[in-house]
Design a protein around this ligand. Structure first.
Ligand SMILES: *Cc1c(COP(=O)(O)O)cnc(C)c1O
Length: 405
């Protein structure tokens, strides 16, 4: 067998250049700590972009993965399997939903949701009712349909012709929604907190208003909870805090705890429009993924764990506030639970990446949300000592970047 020697430089030689990963190559993780090829240690505030909700190599997930790996890996949807059925049961027991569709990523969950919304409207009201309303800065994935529903025009550039019948409105603007929605609208798609778009929470009034307008116009309310779901905000799903239930909800990222799993949840009435043969996915409901996801779901769907997420939010906030007192770097610190964004002051706009790189040098894995916002989405069970130590590293990184100018 050929052995390959790989470093970060290999990336530029062998990978399509659509990413620009950080300079180190992580090789191992445990809890909220990660080690790179040179053995250097990092504290992980990135959590694989809100995916590793229980940190790296959680012992219980590891046990379930090993057990399932000795039983059954994959079947396809020609056959059903116990882990998928159990995970679906867990999801419908603990949410608004009656039915579940499984897939392998957030994009696929949204693709299913948008197709289902169109199909439902087509079945019940006719082909004219096909327009989707979405919001500026929203992120819904990178397939041609989901990137078209997304509200960042730069992600669509060069990919025309694009799917039509999609309208983008200012986020949290109920008047704009009220003016735009019509009998032709089949769905209104909202992230309860825009994640990639800058950690911007939807207001309660906006969610309530959107729900009422959808009802009035027979449009479906779709919540993209791919980033906010499965404990991220201190609630099992963010919609539970608002009390506003959607007709369709999409979940991925934290759902698999690091294993690629996506799900679309729907009410019975809506789900019926995906009748036999209308949609599918070879990997959807994969037993290995669903076994891990069920275990992760059961651990996270726990009052004490969820209360811990809200408490850790406060710990992060204190540290961010202390850094800001010292360096006056941020104009706003916002978010819920362990989805927190710190917006850089205007004179630092466009320079988020420099802080990310400096954090890496200090031994901290961090995220940005666009060019102006530093973002953290760590493990939901990150120990307070790791928050403390990570924020100390962040402060050092910030001091370095500020010192250079
Ligand atoms: C990450 C994300 C997606 C896309 O999920 P993928 O697994 O990358 O396909 C969609 N919507 C939101 C809100 C996300 O955060």
């Amino acid at each position: 067998m050929t052995e390959y020697t790989v470093t970060r430089d290999t990336f530029n030689q062998v990978m399509v250049p659509n990413y620009a990963p950080q300079t180190m190559v992580p090789v191992r993780g445990k809890g909220s700590r990660v080690w790179d090829q040179q053995g250097k240690e990092y504290i992980d505030f990135a959590g694989g972009i809100a995916v590793n909700a229980l940190g790296h190599c959680h012992p219980t997930l590891l046990k379930v993965l090993k057990e399932q790996s000795e039983k059954l890996w994959h079947l396809s949807n020609v056959y059903t399997n116990e882990p998928a059925l159990s995970l679906a049961q867990a999801l419908i027991t603990h949410t608004f939903a009656d039915k579940v569709f499984f897939c392998s990523s957030g994009t696929e969950a949204n693709e299913a949701a948008f197709k289902l919304a169109r199909k439902y409207a087509h079945d019940h009201f006719g082909p004219e009712k096909n327009e989707i309303i979405a919001f500026n800065s929203a992120f819904h994935g990178r397939s041609l349909f989901t990137v078209s529903v997304g509200g960042q025009a730069k992600y669509r550039e060069g990919f025309a012709p694009l799917p039509g019948g999609i309208d983008h409105l200012p986020f949290n603007d109920l008047d704009a929604l009220s003016a735009a929605i019509s009998e032709k609208t089949c769905a209104v798609v909202i992230e309860p907190i825009q994640g990639e778009g800058g950690v911007k929470p939807a207001t309660q009034a906006f969610l309530e208003g959107a729900k009422a307008l959808c009802k009035k116009h027979d449009a479906l309310l779709v919540f993209d909870e791919i980033q906010t779901g499965v404990g991220r905000t201190g609630h099992l799903y963010a919609y539970m805090e608002s009390g506003i239930e959607p007709d369709i909800l999409t979940s991925a990222k934290a759902l698999g705890g690091g294993f690629p799993v996506g799900a679309m949840l729907a009410t019975d009435k809506v789900a019926d429009s995906f009748n036999f043969g209308t949609h599918g996915s070879t990997y959807g409901g994969n037993p290995l993924g669903c076994a891990v996801a069920l275990e992760a779901f059961n651990i996270i769907n726990d009052d004490q764990l969820l209360a811990g997420v809200s408490r850790k939010h406060a710990v992060f906030r204190e540290h961010f506030a202390a850094i800001n007192d010292k360096h006056q770097l941020f104009s706003d610190i916002r978010g819920r639970g362990l989805l927190i964004g710190a917006e850089l002051k205007e004179q630092w706009h466009g320079r988020g990446k420099e802080f990310l790189a400096a954090a890496g040098e200090e031994g901290l894995m961090l995220l940005v949300a666009g060019p102006n916002i530093l973002r953290v989405t760590p493990s939901l069970i990150i120990p307070d000592e790791d928050i403390q130590a990570g924020m100390a590293r962040l402060e050092k990184a910030i001091a370095k970047v500020l010192g250079k100018t």
